[in-house]
Design a binder for this molecule. Structure first.
Ligand code: FES
Length: 165
């Protein structure tokens, strides 16, 4: 099923201690309540690396980065952002030396200076949903893709599904 929007909830240790597991449940319930569950998928991720700003939520494909998200803000995020396409300004990251919030994760200096290698698919792969890979059309890493064939046991290899590949 193709979803139009993915809400990535960080469930790294820092964000979990800030209540992100409950946040996920509340967000899923709010999405279902508005009959958006066929359009919007909630995905948990590992640590996004910015624990001090947790709980973290990223809305894709917009790339909007929300920080310090509380349970009370969930209905507003769903109503304003997920339904109307207007990011909730008060939950966007604002650098300490600035007054203007930065909506997109890629524009936040903390992230903009990073080049992810091992974690480059962080937030793009849903570890809760695994599917078989049987065709080179998938965006599996090259060594895996080139090893997949009918006679090769690697053709039975399972990789996580991702909404972006
Ligand atoms: S635990 Fe969420 S950003 Fe680190």
């Amino acid at each position: 099923m193709a979803y139009r929007t993915h809400c990535l909830i960080c469930t790294g240790t820092g964000c979990v201690s800030g209540g992100s597991c409950n946040l996920r449940k509340i967000l899923e319930a709010e999405i279902a309540k508005r009959n958006l569950d066929k359009e919007i998928q909630v995905i948990t991720t590992g640590c996004q690396g910015f624990c001090a700003e947790g709980p973290i939520m990223i809305v894709q494909p917009d790339g909007v980065f929300y920080c310090r998200v509380g349970e009370r803000e969930v209905p507003q995020i769903v109503e304003e952002h997920l339904l109307k396409g207007r990011p909730v300004k008060k939950l966007l990251y604002t650098p300490p030396t600035d007054k203007a919030p930065i909506p997109a994760l890629k524009d936040i200096p903390f992230f903009a200076k990073q080049k992810l290698v091992v974690l480059r698919n962080r937030g793009l792969i849903d570890p809760d949903r695994i599917r078989a890979v049987s065709s080179p059309q998938t965006n599996a890493p090259a060594p895996i893709r080139s090893s997949i064939s009918k006679s090769n046991p690697l053709s039975k290899m399972f990789l996580p599904s991702s909404p972006y590949w």
